[in-house]
Write a protein that binds this ligand. Sequence first.
Ligand code: 45D
Length: 166
Amino acid sequence: MTYTTSNTENESVSAFQSLDTDQQLALFWFIYTEMGDSITPAAPGASTVSPDIAEGLFNQVKDLSHEQQLEVQRDLINRKNTQYTRMYGAFGDTTKLLFWYRLAQGMENSTIVPMPAGYELSSEANDLLNQIKGLAFDQQITLFRDIVSPMGVDPTAVEHDPETGL
Ligand code: 45D
């Protein structure tokens, strides 16, 4: 399946990436709360997703402390080279999306570190949220794929790090 990316979408991806790490996480959470109900694993294109693979990494993250869970998510955004970000980096884009979706679900039932009460988005992040709300569902999915795709570390494209042995 091919996806067309409009300029507005490219701009939204850059705007998303220019936010600081925690604002990216917070914005992504608010996006999830806006659209959570419309996401179903039976969505079009579900054939390209590997639920077991997403679930395997999700289960590992779920077993970490809340602090470590947050660290893993920050590392994904910052493309820090860790065993978790490398596993993520080997996923296909739709599986990456499913993994984030699973994390968000985990936040709802407190198996994953929840948002601090009253956390507020910066005005930049809030503007972007409003822009994204105005996109059609298909465009939103394309945008999210483009956002989650470069996160993590592609294990085939990174040099060996003698310090961590990864
Ligand atoms: O203490 O084709 C802060 C599938 C502050 C099916 C924080 C699909 C400090 C196949 C950093 C804020 C379902 C895959 C704490 C399609 C602090 C298919 C924490 C569609 C604690 C199309 C912040 C899938 C945190 C879709 C932890 C559309 C924030 C999936 C975490 C969409 C935020 C998924 C998270 C979305 C956000 C997931 C985990 C929008 C996740 C969002």
